[in-house]
Design a protein around this ligand. Structure first.
Ligand code: MN
Length: 209
């Protein structure tokens, strides 16, 4: 339970928020609609960067093979440095010779939240992340449902980096027969292929409809 939730317990116990228009408090919309993005990145090796907002930054994992919808498949996910939230909108080309040089495509985007019905979703997510057993529910344009990132080992005690595994949980969005990276070969943002992004072609449809 968060400090904020604990402090409001008595206030809440005394009120029925279906009947009173007083604020319930403690449920910050911010914490239940956290940003999610996957960027397909054709750098020295093609990979998919999974980014999940936590505490004001995008926690980031490079997934060489990309996500699988098959719950029996564990995909290696290498924890990399936190990225700014604004990075979620980046699609384009990083110059050759620069760090991560190559083409970046916004492959999927949306929001995510904690699994279950935690009173404080952000606290539940933070706890799972710290434990190395990070369960979350995606509400992306393409990927949905329940997933987990499991830490397998760390490089040094406090870095919280190193190797994790990305696994789809069994739910209605699991599908062992569908390979999402083969199914979706264009940007979820601009509709462009990697080649079209590399060439700097314009978006195929308006960003907002
Ligand atoms: Mn990358």
């Amino acid at each position: 339970m968060s400090t904020r939730t604990r402090r409001l317990a008595e206030y809440r116990r005394k009120r029925d928020f279906k009947r009173t228009r007083e604020p319930e408090g403690g449920r910050r919309k911010k914490s239940t609609r956290l940003a999610y993005v996957i960027q397909k990145h054709d750098a020295s090796r093609l990979h998919y960067d999974l980014r999940l907002e936590l505490d004001g930054v995008m926690k980031s994992w490079a997934v060489p093979k990309g996500p699988s919808l098959d719950p029996s498949v564990k995909r290696l996910a290498i924890h990399v440095e936190d990225h700014p939230i604004e990075y979620n909108r980046f699609e384009g080309t990083i110059p050759e010779g620069e760090y991560g040089g190559g083409t970046v495509m916004i492959w999927d985007q949306g929001t995510y939240t904690s699994a279950g019905d935690a009173e404080d979703p952000q606290a539940a997510l933070r706890e799972g992340y710290e434990r190395g057993d990070f369960k979350f529910v995606l509400r992306g344009k393409r990927l949905k449902g329940s997933w987990v990132l499991v830490r397998t080992r760390t490089r040094g005690d406090r870095s919280r980096q190193g190797q994790w595994l990305l696994i789809k949980h069994r739910d209605e969005h699991a599908d062992p027969d569908l390979d999402p990276t083969a199914e979706h070969r264009t940007s979820s943002q601009s509709g462009r292929t990697m080649e079209e992004i590399a060439q700097g072609r314009p978006a195929k449809r308006p960003r907002k409809r």
